[in-house]
Design a protein around this ligand. Structure first.
Ligand SMILES: [Zn+2]
Length: 248
């Protein structure tokens, strides 16, 4: 059975028991050296999962909603990751449940980055889109544009993938050293991003998912829901998605 989430939420979820991994339940934070997850688990309220890559250039991916940012900051502090240590914040896309709290980090001097298509979407549609949910769009300056390709951050190299469909400038990130794939709202454990928001496009989403499915990933770190660990489980997830969601 497919359950549609309330309107402000980004994903489509179906029961995930096939992928339940006891080791990844609970309030896990550190997944591996320099790889941290801050999963959102409340069923009462929607927010995104946030991820942090530590090291000499600490990077945060998707800070979530502004009114819930304290949870993220508290979780980070438990791991010794202080807000002021973060050097760069990357938004996979600008939907409020991923992007709104970027203002807290930008005000603290953290640099901000997203894809130029997503900034265009934000400039053209963002105010109205946020307004539709009763929110104000964050008034921040984007410091860097991220195009498809390599991103060198200190000692680390990430790969940026332009993966539109859920939002017109959505990006996914791949960290080859850990085989970690951060998908935002493109793909989830047993689900795909919705395409009925402004700028959504089902055909583009399918192409984006097919590209990500070809990567050699040991961690599927999506913007909502459960984390999947293990190449076999991730490939099984992509093939289930292919037959359940992408045959249209
Ligand atoms: Zn979204």
């Amino acid at each position: 059975m497919i359950t549609r989430l309330p309107s402000a939420e980004c994903g489509i979820k179906i029961p995930q028991s096939a992928f339940r991994n006891p080791q990844l339940e609970g309030d896990f934070m550190k997944l591996d050296s320099d790889l941290y997850a801050y999963p959102w688990k409340s069923m009462q309220e929607n927010n995104c999962n946030s991820y942090l890559i530590g090291g000499d250039m600490p990077l945060l991916i998707d800070p979530g909603h502004q009114h819930l940012v304290k949870n993220l900051i508290n979780g980070m502090e438990k791991d010794g990751n202080r807000l002021e240590d973060i050097r760069l914040i990357i938004a996979t896309h600008v939907h409020p449940d991923h992007f709104e709290a970027i203002q807290t980090f930008a005000r603290a001097g953290v640099l901000t980055a997203l894809h130029p298509e997503e900034e265009k979407f934000m400039q053209e549609t963002g105010r109205e889109f946020y307004g539709a949910f009763g929110m104000d769009m964050p008034e921040i300056k984007i410091d860097f544009y991220l195009q498809e390709g390599e991103l060198k951050l200190g000692q680390k190299t990430l790969q940026i993938f332009f993966t539109p469909g859920h939002s017109p400038g959505s990006i996914s990130l791949y960290w080859p050293e850990k085989k970690a794939l951060f998908t935002g709202d493109v793909v989830f454990a047993m689900g795909v991003g919705r395409t009925d928001f402004p700028g959504g496009d089902g055909n583009l989403l399918r192409d984006s998912i097919e590209r990500l499915a070809r990567l050699d990933a040991e961690w599927l770190l999506s913007g909502h829901g459960e984390i999947i660990r293990g190449k076999k489980n991730i490939q099984r997830n992509f093939s289930n998605i292919g037959s359940n969601f992408l045959d249209y």
